[in-house]
Write a protein that binds this ligand. Structure first.
Ligand SMILES: [Zn+2]
Length: 441
């Protein structure tokens, strides 16, 4: 249904151009064949702002827009059911996007009173569409679980995995080999699934159904991985496989670890996760050029960390955020600590890794904690935040609204202010409008 303002615009264009009626009728009645929902877990407004400046080419005078900037259409509130307050977790946030219903924190597409909440992927399967999930977390983690199954407790990963395997999606790519039992494998193989366990196999998909789990739990952080674009490459493979299904597909892609970096208040790791997520979006955009009957919606389940670009404290106001500083660091604080030399000069090592000469105060802090690796990671993270003037208010989630980006068929449904549940409901309505059988196009 058109927003009142959009109806006014259609009416106005009809008065000016009688042929506009034909175009308007076509736009509203032609069904959407494919739906792609991309979720940046923990990707609040300040995260996409930070990424815009991080990916800017410093050699040009202007700040280049990020790919996200090109498709901004609205904002969404993210609170869970009021009993859980204003700040959602990924289970309730994922449930809102996957089912159109708010629930309590911790609950995965389940409600204490309404029990199972039917998901977008289940509606898609009913319409004869293929379904897929691509994530950088373990497969039974909150967001993918909210799209794939129903469970009251998000951290019961094995039980969630067992349920996912009862009703699997056609394409499932991510981490979580630890939760895959031999009986799961046998069942999937009988159903025609190809099972991938190495990255090399990602280029060798022959079946239209595939489960790829590449690490025991979550994938490696993009910043420290041999291939910093795992999400991008999994997205490519999923699109190739799912587009063979003639009746279309629904695919959920999650940049799962943007949230984890923000929980650690680690801006460097967060920017690399954002880069992989943006490149995955680029793959999706390229796909829509040859498949224009596709709807793409990109949003976040919530913001994390209370990130701010600037963190001055009175009376020394300092209007500054240093993206250059963040660009100079090539590994996560965790990796830097795990790989520190034991015999060679450590001060020079840390200075090289952090990309700036180490002030005496910083070196004193590092030196005092060389034997406590966990504490040392936290000290390095704090030093990077100090040097780049990056602020954080919490190690948890926040209740801020998140951005909504959309393009393609029916993307006008997501314009303006909305609740996170509106996004889920609109997606489900679009799937339900699809005829059961469609010609390939
Ligand atoms: Zn989180």
């Amino acid at each position: 249904m058109l927003h009142p303002a959009q109806r006014y615009i259609v009416l106005l264009s009809l008065l000016c151009n009688p042929f506009a009626f034909l175009y308007a009728a076509q736009a509203s009645t032609k069904p959407v064949k494919n739906i792609i929902i991309m979720i940046g877990d923990g990707m609040g407004v300040s995260m996409t702002s930070a990424y815009r400046y991080y990916q800017d080419n410093p050699d040009t005078p202007e700040f280049e827009a990020s790919l996200f900037d090109r498709f901004l259409v609205g904002m969404a509130s993210t609170h869970p059911e009021p009993v859980s307050g204003y700040v959602t977790d990924s289970a309730a946030g994922g449930t809102a996007l996957a089912t159109g219903y708010k629930t309590h924190n911790q609950m995965v597409s389940t409600h204490p009173h309404k029990k199972k909440l039917k998901t977008l992927l289940e509606f898609a399967q009913e319409q004869g569409k293929a379904t897929g999930v691509v994530v950088t977390s373990q497969l039974p983690h909150a967001t993918p679980a909210a799209f794939l199954t129903h469970h009251p407790k998000r951290f019961e990963y094995q039980k969630i995995m067992d349920k996912i395997m009862e009703h699997p999606a056609d394409v499932m790519l991510g981490g979580g080999l630890k939760y895959l039992k031999s009986q799961h494998e046998q069942k999937l193989q009988k159903q025609g699934y190809q099972i991938l366990k190495t990255w090399k196999q990602l280029n060798q998909i022959k079946s239209s159904k595939v489960l790829g789990l590449f690490t025991p739990v979550a994938l490696n952080k993009a910043i420290d991985a041999v291939d910093p674009y795992h999400l991008t490459h999994m997205t490519q493979a999923a699109l190739k496989t799912l587009s063979q299904h003639k009746s279309g597909f629904v695919l959920m892609i999650e940049g799962s670890q943007i949230d984890w970096a923000a929980h650690s208040n680690d801006i460097v790791t967060a920017m690399h996760e954002m880069q992989d997520f943006e490149q995955a979006l680029q793959q999706v955009l390229t796909f829509t050029k040859t498949h224009p009957d596709t709807l793409v919606v990109v949003t976040a389940d919530h913001a994390t960390g209370g990130l701010s670009l600037g963190k001055s404290i009175a009376p020394n106001y300092h209007y500054h955020w240093d993206a250059d500083q963040i660009r100079r660091i090539q590994h996560s604080p965790d990796y830097i600590v795990q790989h520190m030399p034991l015999n060679t000069p450590q001060r020079a090592y840390f200075a090289k890794q952090l990309g700036f000469p180490l002030k005496q105060t910083y070196w004193q802090q590092i030196k005092a904690h060389l034997k406590d690796k966990k504490q040392l990671v936290s000290i390095l993270t704090t030093i990077i935040n100090e040097e780049s003037n990056t602020g954080w208010t919490t190690h948890g989630h926040t209740g801020d609204d998140v951005q909504v980006f959309a393009f393609g068929k029916q993307s006008q449904l997501f314009h303006g202010y909305q609740k996170n549940t509106d996004i889920g409901r609109h997606l489900i309505n679009v799937v339900k409008q699809t005829p059961h059988t469609q010609d390939a196009s």
